[in-house]
Structures are given as structure tokens and as C-alpha cells.
Design a protein around this ligand. Structure first.
Ligand code: ATP
Ligand code: MG
Length: 392
């Protein structure tokens, strides 16, 4: 019965020129998200509304679920389509729609007319009144309530007639690509995939960097991070993942720096390398899964010491989240099960028993001074030898 979907999107703050960018971006994202749908479809924009029209028979649940992953969509309304030439036929189509969608007719309703085509012989008010009358005749159990109807049936006159009353919630947010590009430091944990999801939801295109330390970390651990990137990509679109071999840098730090500072110094090099990669990819921000106080490397002093090596802004969308809240989001978006697979990540191998919790920037710089003969070349090599995969 459904032939199309009306896509509703948030309009606050997207007035003027930005509105077109937003809409075009949303249409691109819808087309991309639906690339695996077998049925041919068309995405069109008309009078500030976006429609996805299905050209053949299709799997309703599959399409709705796909659209529910497209940021920027606030609601998805499945639509039935009628011809507008013949009033009786239009009424019949609306009646058949009601009959099928609401087997139990004991409800209140109101008809909303929207006349996109001003040549249509009835005004919006007449359209609503006359169709309401037809429906009351055909289904006497239904009754009209113009103030608080249980069912709002909208009939839109365009080149054809669009009839709908159901609204399925979308994910909200802004379409990916409408707000620039940033680089996610993606580990195999619970937090960073959630952080990437949250920033992508604001319309930001995401790249990712993963640091591994073979042979201390395994191929399985690397595969897990690729899997996580693919799961985030269900929402964020394809993610270009840079896999950086961090082993020699970690060994150098281990050999030359105080062990209680290993984690912070490592984190500082991760940030430096991620920033260099980001800048070479026209990405203008870094994203991490850090949250205040979660571990020793995320105290305010540690965050300051880590932050001090970056010039790009670092977005930490989970900064005020409790672990429980992060877990909840990760379950909702489908990354949790993968995140908890027990593969070592490169930080856990070189962690000290008693890491510093109040590192000063000066102290870190002094310790890093011990690396001065080797580190530039190691960083350069790590960047040059990185592996790049696109996860989708
Ligand atoms: P997560 O659950 O995201 O792994 P975490 O609680 O384990 O986070 P840390 O290991 O201290 O926290 O890492 C803090 C942040 O640093 C991570 O959220 C991630 O953004 C980044 N990070 C940590 N390890 C790596 C890694 N191996 N590769 C890329 N980024 C990393
Ligand atoms: Mg981690």
C-alpha cells in the first residue's frame, strides 16, 4: 500500500542558504544509506519537504530501518499515493488507506488538507471537510475531533495525492557532511565508537585512526577495530580508517621514560600523530572517547597534559558521561557486543602498576626529552607506513 516516504527534518537553525546545503546533504545521505535496497527509488525535494518514492515493490521494514539510521531525519511518514484527477477515486484511496492501517475504527480523527498545487479545485479546508464527511459515511465508528484527534490524516495535493498519518521517529541530528570533517581516535573499547557516533550525529564526517602494536597486539584486535568502524559507519557513512603501527614508539618510550608516565606520554604521541594525519586529510578536529576521571589518564591534569600537544580542537563528547550512560548508548547503536570482545589493546600491555594521575606538562616534556634522538624519525615512519582501509 505504501509507495513513498515523507522525510521530516528539523528546521531550526537551518534558514537561508544553509537550508539548501542541509537538504542536499540529507538527500545524498539518504541515497547512500539506501544503496543496498534492491527496489529502484527516487529522492526528491519539493516545497521544503523530502520524499523517497519507491518505484516497485519493496520491503517496508528494511526501508524504514535504513532511514532510521540517517542523521538529520526527525520522522519518517509512510505515504500512499493516489491520482488527483477524480475526487471519488481520491476519497476511495484515502478510505482504503484508513481501512488497512486502522483495522479497529473506534478512534477520533482530523483530516489535514495541504494544497501544494493551487489549481486543485477545492481549498485545503474544503478538501479536509469533504474527505472527512466521506470517511464518516464509510466508517461510522470513527468520529471527528478537531482539537485532540487520535489520528491526523494528512492529504497533500501535489502532482499526485499523498496520504499519510503514521510517523516513525528518526535518529535526529544533522546530515553527515553538513558540518565538516574530524578525526576519531578509535580504540577497541566501549567509549570511542560512541564518541564517533555522537559527533557524526552533529553532521560531521568522520575519519578514524587506530594505533596498534604488533606483535603485542593481535590481528584479531585490529579486526575488532575495523568491525567497530563499520558499525559506526552504519550511521556515519564510510569511515577511512588509518591503522598506525605504534610498536617502535611504545618500545622507545618504555625504554627511555619513567614507567609511571608511559600512558600519558603514549597518549601524547597518539594525539600528535592523529593530528598530523588529520591535517593531511583536511580534517579539522580530533575526537576521543575520554571522560573525566574514568582512568588515571583522564584526570583533569592528564587531559591537560594530553591536550597540550594539539593545535586542533579536541572534541570529547563523553566528557561528562558516567560509564553506565556510555554503555547504554553503545548498546543502542549496536557497538557494545563488539567492544567487549576480549582482545588486548595496545595501551594495556605497557601500562604501569601505578600510573601518574597528576602529570604536569613540564614533567612530560622533560621526560620526552629523552626521546629526542629517535622520536621524529619514529613518528615519521609510523605515519608513512600506516595502512588505510575504508570501513562501511
Ligand atoms: P575506549 O573505551 O574508547 O578504548 P578507554 O576508556 O579505554 O576508552 P583510554 O584507553 O584511556 O580510554 O583512551 C582514551 C581515548 O584515547 C579513547 O577513547 C580513544 O579515543 C583514544 N585511544 C586510546 N587507545 C587508542 C588506540 N589504540 N588507538 C586509537 N585511539 C586510542
Ligand atoms: Mg581503550
Amino acid at each position: 500500500m505504501f509507495k513513498a516516504f515523507l522525510v521530516k527534518y528539523g528546521e531550526i537553525g537551518i534558514k537561508g542558504k544553509n537550508r539548501h546545503l542541509f537538504e542536499d546533504c540529507l538527500m545524498d545521505q539518504i541515497r547512500f544509506a539506501m544503496r543496498r535496497i534492491e527496489c529502484p527509488f527516487e529522492v526528491t525535494k519539493e516545497q521544503g519537504r523530502i520524499y523517497v518514492e519507491m518505484m516497485d515493490s519493496f520491503d517496508y521494514d528494511e526501508v524504514v530501518e535504513t532511514l532510521q539510521h540517517v542523521f538529520g531525519i526527525v520522522a519518517i511518514c509512510p505515504v500512499t499515493v493516489a491520482q488527483k484527477g477524480d475526487w471519488d477515486q481520491l476519497c476511495k484511496a484515502a478510505g482504503d488507506y484508513v481501512d488497512e492501517v486502522y483495522p479497529d475504527k473506534n478512534f477520533s480523527f482530523k483530516v489535514f488538507g495541504r494544497r501544494g498545487d493551487k489549481r486543485f479545485p477545492k481549498t485545503s479546508m474544503e478538501l479536509a471537510a469533504d474527505l472527512g464527511e466521506y470517511l464518516l459515511d464509510r466508517f461510522p465508528e470513527m468520529h471527528v475531533d478537531v482539537h485532540h484527534p487520535e489520528v491526523s490524516l494528512t492529504v497533500e495535493i501535489r502532482d499526485r495525492v499523498f496520504i499519510y498519518s503514521i510517523s516513525v521517529p528518526g535518529p535526529g541530528g544533522m546530515p553527515v557532511g553538513s558540518n565538516g570533517r574530524a578525526t576519531l581516535l578509535l580504540s577497541g573499547g566501549i567509549d570511542s565508537p560512541v564518541a564517533g557516533y555522537m559527533i557524526a550525529k552533529r553532521g560531521v564526517k568522520i575519519d578514524a585512526v587506530y594505533f596498534h602494536a604488533p606483535p603485542y597486539t593481535s590481528e584479531r584486535a585490529k579486526q575488532k577495530v575495523k568491525d567497530l568502524a563499520s558499525l559506526v559507519a552504519v550511521y556515519a557513512g564510510p569511515i577511512k580508517l588509518h591503522i598506525v603501527n605504534f610498536t617502535d614508539i611504545q618500545l622507545a618510550i618504555y625504554e627511555k621514560c619513567p614507567h609511571d608516565e608511559l600512558t600519558i606520554i603514549m597518549r601524547r604521541y597518539m594525539m600528535r600523530i592523529a593530528e598530523k594525519i588529520a591535517l593531511s586529510e583536511d580534517s579539522i578536529g580530533l575526537i576521543t572517547g575520554e571522560s573525566i576521571g574514568q582512568v588515571a589518564s583522564q584526570t583533569l591534569q592528564s587531559l591537560r597534559a594530553t591536550n597540550a600537544v594539539c593545535t586542533l580542537p579536541v572534541y570529547r563528547p563523553l566528557i561528562g558521561f558516567d560509564k553506565n550512560d556510555i554503555v547504554e548508548v553503545s548498546e543502542k547503536i549496536g557497538t557494545f557486543e563488539t567492544s567487549i570482545q576480549p582482545f588486548e589493546d595496545c595501551c594495556t600491555i605497557f601500562v604501569a602498576k601505578h600510573p601518574v594521575t597528576k602529570p604536569s606538562v613540564r614533567a612530560m616534556e622533560r621526560s620526552e626529552h629523552h626521546l629526542k634522538d629517535v622520536i621524529d624519525e619514529l613518528v615519521q615512519t609510523a605515519i608513512e607506513t600506516r595502512e588505510i582501509v575504508v570501513c562501511e
